[in-house]
Design a protein around this ligand. Structure first.
Ligand code: 13P
Length: 260
């Protein structure tokens, strides 16, 4: 597939509109961001819903894009407390996470629902960034490959292959999120390879695959140099400007190395 390098910052429930607006301005104005974007890299930030409009405004003209952290599977209706992909599209969001493990853990999101969310996003013209990954117990039991393959199959079955053709996968082992612990490089490469193969052979699609889980300025270079890694979904380090920009710099080097 054509090489892509995508860095996404998931700001989780950490930044209100004021702080998010400042963070967006700082990132958009930085030399590291500009160099990365000029080289063809893609930079996405995922603010909490309330902070989306100001971030869209602040990154305008920079080529950075804005993603939501989730969306509902219906375009509108009696779903108190929810936000639809149609609404996200209206405010300038071009993509959205679906199936993040914190939603799976806290809101009991299932692969069926994640598939329906991805379908709704695609229908609204919003790119789904579909999160996959095993729990600590599943990892311990050696089930990673089975779990991830089943997630891919169910999500695509529900969403329909046309809805995921323009999507991204984000592989985030749950036990690596916010823990400072990551899989080995061999493990990351092997799961990414499996995701690529499964998507190709069972569904005829080839999507970029981001890795997420404790990515920081120290480990980004090695992770991003792996052949089946097309970028990173960064949590904690994404709201610390210096750390995030260091990841962006590593991404630029890895991207250039791929092209050479
Ligand atoms: P951390 O980078 O804080 O481990 O979070 C990863 C994540 O959940 C990104 O979506």
């Amino acid at each position: 597939m054509q090489q892509r390098m995508i860095i996404a910052g998931n700001w989780k429930m950490n930044v209100g509109p004021e702080q998010a607006g400042e963070l967006a301005l700082t990132l958009a104005a930085s030399d590291a961001t500009k160099a990365f974007l000029q080289a063809g890299g893609e930079l996405v930030v995922c603010p909490p819903y309330l902070s989306i409009p100001i971030v869209v405004q602040r990154v305008r003209g920079s080529n950075m894009t804005v993603a939501a952290q989730n969306c509902h599977w219906e375009p509108n209706g009696a779903y108190t407390g929810e936000i639809s992909a149609t609404m996200l599209h209206t405010v300038g969001c071009t993509s959205t996470l679906v199936g993040h493990s914190e939603q799976r853990r806290d809101q009991r999101d299932t692969d069926q629902r994640v598939g329906a969310r991805a379908r709704a996003a695609a229908r609204a013209g919003v790119q789904p960034i579909i999160c996959l990954g095993e729990t600590a117990d599943e990892y311990g039991a050696g089930l990673t490959a089975d779990v991830v393959a089943a997630q891919i199959d169910t999500i695509i079955e529900v969403a329909g292959v046309d809805s995921v053709r323009g999507a991204l996968w984000a592989y985030e082992p749950r036990w690596a999120i916010g823990t400072g612990v990551t899989p080995t490089l061999e493990e990351i490469q092997s799961v990414h390879h499996l995701i690529r193969q499964r998507s190709r052979t069972n569904h005829g699609i080839d999507l970029p695959i981001l890795y997420g889980g404790s990515v920081n300025g120290d480990n980004a270079a090695e992770i991003l140099s792996l052949s089946d890694v097309n970028g990173a979904l960064v949590g904690g380090a994404s709201i610390q400007v210096a750390h995030f920009l260091s990841i962006v710099e590593h991404a630029l080097h890895a991207f250039r190395a791929q092209g050479s």
